[in-house]
Design a protein around this ligand. Structure first.
Ligand code: ADP
Ligand code: MG
Length: 415
């Protein structure tokens, strides 16, 4: 069935056509009718399968067809996201899909001035897309009226219900009417979190696509065993072998991100970093440049592992393995989105073998190994620009040393 045949507003169909969304993806096909019926939904579908539109299309339709009364200025739909980048991205999706409706949309996150956000809230906002932090700030200052909220959506739901966020979510729910529709969307979920999710809703419809393999079908992923100190040589090789491609590199910490960037700089590879220590303006600028392809190599911490939808990332490198097994799925899910295919390679050091087996347990299957024989391994290190560069420098040193020695010998002779 095509979107044209859906029981949704003409105005939404027109914007979907402009986006070249002709047919629903599997998760959209399954989730949209239930949401339109007003049911609570817990939807699990792999990365890059179009979960955003799976909730945005029916949410906009509900809000558009059930008009708000002119005196009411409260928020009608809240979408929770774990990061500011995802707030921006999801707000953009809502804006594009709701382009011909008069639905008002606001993305809310910290690190920017709050006055313009408050001004918009005062005018009346239909869909508020937010990270928990700034949302609570504004709720506690009395700027957000949630008393008539119709829809609560948790994107990256397992993460939003996990330790770091669950208290925030519980607190938020206290402000919401009992009678509301709640939607959970995620690529991964564990049984404990699933139970918790069910406890927050009424008679949910559970929708799960390909539950067995959480990794997107579009991603080919491999692991190589590489010692910690050698990883930079292999990253250099990966980048040089894929010079035309956009590569996203994941590391464990902010400090490592900067260190790897420097190591790449020394071998004349331009890279940028993104992590929680950077100002919002800078983070947004870097994301824009990476999206446009101006930056080809982006080194990121796990803050960019979830949800980010950037076209044409052809390669994900796990320079360090993720501490949390499900983040493996989210990280490599930054490639192979929509109908595109993608590749991912993980560098596993001896110290990380335990984490690797935890990831494989989570996936329910081993990751294909690309084994490197001793010769290949050594050659990668020796062909590094850093090594050849050092060798050249060393040779130059030797030459100049010999030169000095010659000169000395000459002057001795004269005497
Ligand atoms: P997920 O949240 O499942 O990881 P997204 O919602 O970010 O995935 O969507 C992944 C990509 O698929 C986006 O670039 C989006 O524009 C595209 N997409 C979504 N739905 C459709 C559709 N019905 N037809 C074509 N492309 C789609
Ligand atoms: Mg998503």
């Amino acid at each position: 069935m095509k979107f044209e045949q859906y029981a949704i507003s003409r105005k939404i169909k027109d914007s979907l056509r402009e986006l070249s969304f002709v047919k629903p993806t599997d998760i959209q096909y399954k989730a949209i009718p239930s949401i339109l019926k007003g049911e609570d939904v817990l939807a699990i579908a792999q990365t890059g399968t179009g979960k955003t539109a799976a909730f945005a299309i029916p949410a906009i339709n509900i809000l558009y067809t059930q008009k708000r009364s002119s005196s009411f200025k409260g928020v009608r739909c809240v979408v929770m996201e774990p990061t500011r980048e995802l707030v921006i991205q999801t707000a953009r999706n809502f804006q594009l899909i709701g382009k011909y409706t008069n639905i008002s949309i606001l993305g809310l996150f910290g690190g920017v001035e709050q006055d313009p956000q408050i001004a918009k809230l005062k005018k009346g906002v239909d869909v508020l897309i937010a990270t928990p932090g700034r949302l609570f700030d504004l709720i506690s200052q009395g700027y957000v009226d949630l008393r008539a909220l119709q829809l609560l959506i948790l994107d990256e739901a397992d993460h939003m219900l996990d330790l770091g966020f669950i208290d925030d979510i519980r607190q938020l729910i206290r402000y919401l009417p009992q009678k509301r529709q709640t939607l959970f969307f995620s690529a991964t979920i564990n049984p404990e979190i699933k139970k918790l999710a069910y406890s927050l809703v009424h008679k949910p419809v559970r929708i799960q696509i390909s539950p067995k393999d959480p990794v997107s079908k579009n991603v080919d992923h491999y692991v190589s065993f590489i010692q910690k100190d050698d990883k930079r040589f292999f990253l250099e090789q990966c980048i040089k072998n894929n010079a035309e491609h956009k590569i996203l590199v994941f590391v464990r910490t902010k400090v490592r991100a900067e260190r790897v960037k420097k190591a790449m700089g020394r071998v004349e590879i331009q890279a940028e970093t993104i992590h929680g220590d950077k100002e919002q303006k800078e983070r947004s600028a870097i994301m824009r440049k990476f999206s446009s392809g101006e930056i080809k190599v982006l080194i990121a911490t796990d803050i960019s592992a979830r949800g980010i939808d950037i076209a044409n990332i052809s390669f994900v490198v796990n320079y360090d393995l993720p501490d949390i097994p499900e983040n493996y799925v989210h990280r490599i899910g930054r490639t192979g989105r929509g109908t595109k295919r993608g590749n991912a390679l993980s560098f596993c050091s001896t110290e990380e073998k335990e984490i690797l087996s935890e990831i494989e347990t989570f996936l329910g299957t081993p990751i294909t190994i690309i084994s490197l024989d001793k010769y290949q391994y050594q050659e990668t290190i020796e062909s590094s620009h850093a090594v050849t560069h050092d060798m050249q420098a060393l040779l130059r040193d030797v030459e100049s040393f010999e030169e000095i020695a010659r000169k000395k010998a000459k002057s001795k002779k004269k005497k």
